[in-house]
Design a protein around this ligand. Structure first.
Ligand code: GRF
Length: 205
């Protein structure tokens, strides 16, 4: 099977990026990360990419007149590397309808809660403040709205008494590192069938 070429867009540590790279290297994911794009110069994920010999680009949003202009520069790199799947992994920027349309059906995101509960940038804080007993992570297709596209995989994590954002975040992140490569594998195998909001997984016969 031909390997799926992936671009990963990050803003920070890039531990999800690492889990994708590791799954590719281990041969459990028939894919290769061809490009890493960050909107932050100091994102540690850029170092992770370089260590693995993957082209890594900091594309500075402040150099562009608006979001679409910034995304046009990102898209030029993505298309140059002929990436077929774009994975947002801790990318802290809302993408425009233009970007979503351009990569329709091939743009994924991971969010650290069980969507549609607790979207946004402070999921763990919001889960704890609400007093929810269960949280987790969601891998989903990206649409025009924040954290709202069709769900591919969710993994639940119990909220424990005394949890802090850090302790809950750490346990959720462990699940993220399994869920994202798993979702990408289903995509790479062509097994994801999307009908409206619903994603089903084709069984291999
Ligand atoms: C993850 O929890 C991800 O779900 C969220 O931001 C965090 C990024 O972590 N969107 P990392 O940069 O992959 O380590």
């Amino acid at each position: 099977m031909k390997k799926l070429s992936i671009a990963v867009m990050i803003s920070g540590s890039g531990s999800n990026l690492q889990s994708i790279i590791d799954a590719c290297n281990a041969g459990s994911l028939p894919a290769a990360v061809k490009l890493v794009i960050s909107d932050r110069k100091d994102a540690f994920g850029l170092e992770r990419a370089k260590k693995n010999g993957i082209p890594a680009e900091f594309i500075d949003p402040s150099h562009f007149g608006g979001r679409e202009e910034h995304e046009t520069a990102c898209a030029a790199s993505i298309d140059r590397e002929e990436c077929k799947l774009i994975c947002l992994a801790g990318y802290m920027r809302l993408v425009t309808g233009w970007f979503v349309g351009k990569y329709s059906g091939r743009l994924l995101n991971i969010h650290p809660s069980l969507l549609p509960s607790f979207p946004g940038a402070h999921a763990h804080r919001d889960v704890l403040a609400y007093g929810a007993k269960v949280s987790g992570c969601t891998v989903h297709f990206v649409d025009e709205n924040m954290d709202s596209g069709p769900v591919i995989i969710q993994s639940a994590v119990k909220v424990l008494e005394g949890d802090t954002e850090e302790t809950l975040g750490k346990r959720v992140l462990e699940q993220e590192h399994k869920a994202y490569p798993e979702a990408i594998k289903l995509f790479a195998e062509g097994r994801l069938i999307v009908k409206g909001r619903k994603v089903t997984v084709d069984t291999i016969i």
